[in-house]
Design a protein. Sequence first.
Length: 290
Amino acid sequence: MYLLLLPAVSFCRTASDPPAHRVGINLKFENAELLSAAEKVQITELVQQESSEIEGNPTAENFSAWADEAAERVREAYQDRGYFEVEVHAGVLPVPNGRQVDGVEIAVKVLQPGERYRLQDIHWTHATVFSDGQLASLMPIHPGEVFGRAKIAKGLENVRELYGSRGYINFICIPNANIDEGHGTITLNMDIDEGGKFTLGGAVFSGLTEDQLRQALEILAPLRGQPYTSSSVRSISKQLQSVLPPCADPGDVQLRADGFAHTVYLFYDFEECADQWFNSKVEVDEAEKY
């Protein structure tokens, strides 16, 4: 089970680009009795977001992507109820060629819900930093409960955050499900790659005066060699605020990780802000002469 989060990307529209238009999507659910009316509305809205704006007329790739999204949302809803092997198919009803499409209908059918499973047990392998009990306590699901996809995903996120708090930023956990058809249960084998502990190596600053640089390095000194965590970077940014020019944003930092030395370095570029700050200071000093 893998979760992939992609950053939002925005594009600038030019005058030559074809106008975007909203394509309405209607989902037709078949054999999906387990879904409530509210869930069907929510799934429809989520798929609609994927098609909120497109360039020109939708293509076959657009249709395929919307159908896949609809099927995946229904599949997840069933898996949250324990139907781990549910089979779902979705397809776009035919659209006449050569006509602008303002609305499409997608038929989403649950082909086979399959058996409803419960969690038998969770086993952790290759975990050395934390005990099995510590990791198990982070899972919001326990043996005997309905095997819910969302709870498993939330538990994995909790484990990732725990490792990250100790500097294990390359932590990976691959869950493998062993299904016992006779008893209707699933045993999860969590294969962990801890990835090594990363520490804070130091920082590089540009655009600071000698005095500002000295103060910034003094702030960083106690943290060098300590486990690298996102909270430590936030703490550094907060402390730097009192040292930097008012226009500088200490949260604007680039990270460089050395995978061999397991060290993370911070890079701060305040050149543009320093120029603004210096020019404004010169203007003020000049004005005070008169």
